[in-house]
Design a protein around this ligand. Structure first.
Ligand SMILES: Nc1ncnc2c1ncn2[C@@H]1O[C@H](COP(=O)(O)OP(=O)(O)OP(=O)(O)O)[C@@H](O)[C@H]1O
Length: 393
């Protein structure tokens, strides 16, 4: 256990499976081990019939070595989670580790038993899923909020771990579940050979070097060219195609509306990069409830509800309130309108038919250099025959 600072205090995440039991046993058998410096954390999700066995294994090893043990037992209904169980479990687990780290003084690091095989498998899964990632494979040190997450056995192969457990006759639990994420992992596991790990690791290191460079360039671009809702794309063509995709991914990830889009396949970033590169001043893409809009030199992200067209009588306060919110409803009330009037945001319907201040709406806007997003977001008050635009609010 060369990577452990024996003067420090650590939480140890132990599921009861072979990797974390190996980690704990190796710590215990090290000549520098002091039981006061370690607290074991175990989460029992009660997800499997045999979860009690895992907990028991962890309890026994802690008891016989006088190590403090913190257990979180969950009794939740997982039936609605489906494929999301892994993510749910991960959040519950890390929240628990964080909580325990705050409960005790100087326990700001949790040890996680990811091994070399996990690193290689993660990389191959990332490649297969075509995700945009921040880092290829697994990092030795990451952070979960204020908690330091450290992986001290990341360079140990599974075969070495299993051999140690077998030679030392150490008991561990076997995870019998096989949900989505594990399913793909198991498939990849069958296809890889530990002999190839050195070669694959070289590839990971070189891809990470390139990725870090691209990430920095993308981050810098966003810092100077974006807000929460838009990016200025005038200079985006100067970046490489890959970096452009990272710019889009980072932009979506930091915006509340775009976050779910960002979690989808890489194809979505390619699609948005294409939109950026288009010669047309206006392009629109709708995905689920999100709208991505090219508006001259900007790409804007909005929600479908705001932009989808609707027309109501101004008397219909309920519908107005529901569609455009209290602020719009208040602004309309203040105009003291004739109740026969209508309100619409259907720019594309009225743009070349109706006049505002004596000019066709399109002409009025292009003279004022108003972008498409603003045109579609604005509300138009029409007279009772729907022939004239009285106000734009
Ligand atoms: N129920 C648990 N209780 C405590 N620690 C756990 C539990 N499950 C997993 N861990 C810790 O996380 C490590 C990795 O577990 P696993 O591979 O199942 O999770 P993962 O979801 O791939 O990892 P991560 O949660 O770090 O993203 C385990 O070796 C162990 O250190």
């Amino acid at each position: 256990m060369q990577k452990i600072d024996w003067e420090k205090k650590y939480l140890v995440a132990v599921s009861g499976g072979p990797d974390s039991i190996f980690l704990l046993s190796s710590l215990i058998s090290d000549k520098n081990f002091k039981h006061d410096n370690f607290i074991v954390c175990h989460v029992n999700y009660n997800y499997r019939e045999d979860s009690r066995i895992d907990q028991k294994i962890v309890e026994e090893i802690c008891e016989s070595n006088k190590i403090k043990l913190e257990i979180r037992i969950l009794n939740e209904d997982y039936s609605n989670l489906g494929d999301n169980f892994e993510n749910f479990a991960r959040v519950k687990r890390y929240d628990f580790f964080l909580e325990i780290s705050k409960k005790y003084k100087n326990f700001n690091t949790v040890l996680i038993a990811h091994n070399f095989n996990d690193l290689i498998e993660t990389f191959l899964i990332q490649k297969q899923r075509k995700n945009i990632v921040d880092f290829w494979g697994l990092k030795e040190t990451t952070f979960y909020k204020e908690l330091i997450v450290f992986r001290p056995i990341l360079d140990l192969k599974k075969s070495e771990i299993m051999k140690f457990l077998e030679v030392n006759k150490i008991d561990y639990a076997i995870d019998s579940t096989n949900f989505d994420e594990k399913f793909l992992r198991n498939k990849i596991r069958k296809e890889i050979n530990e002999k190839d790990f050195g070669q694959i690791l070289k590839q990971i290191i070189s891809e990470n070097e390139e990725l870090t460079k691209n990430n920095d360039i993308a981050q810098n671009y966003l810092k100077n060219h974006s807000s929460d809702f838009h990016i200025y794309i005038k200079d985006i063509g100067k970046l490489s195609e890959k970096t452009q995709q990272i710019v889009i991914a980072k932009f979506l990830l930091k915006s509340e509306i775009g976050r779910n889009l960002a979690k989808s396949k890489k194809a979505i970033f390619k699609e948005i990069v294409k939109i950026c590169q288009s010669k047309k001043p206006y392009v629109i893409m709708k995905k689920n409830d999100v709208v991505v809009l090219k508006d001259f030199e900007k790409v804007i992200i909005s929600d479908l509800k705001t932009l989808s067209p609707a027309t109501y009588s101004v008397k219909n306060n309920k519908a107005i309130l529901e569609k455009w919110g209290p602020e719009a409803s208040e602004r309309i009330k203040n105009l003291d309108l004739n109740p026969d009037c209508y309100i619409t945001n259907d720019y594309w319907q009225i743009k070349s038919k109706l006049y505002y201040k004596g000019k066709k709406l399109t002409k009025y806007y292009s003279e004022k250099k108003v972008g498409y997003f603003e045109r579609m977001k604005n509300l138009y008050i029409l007279d009772k025959y729907k022939t004239i635009i009285l106000y734009i609010v």
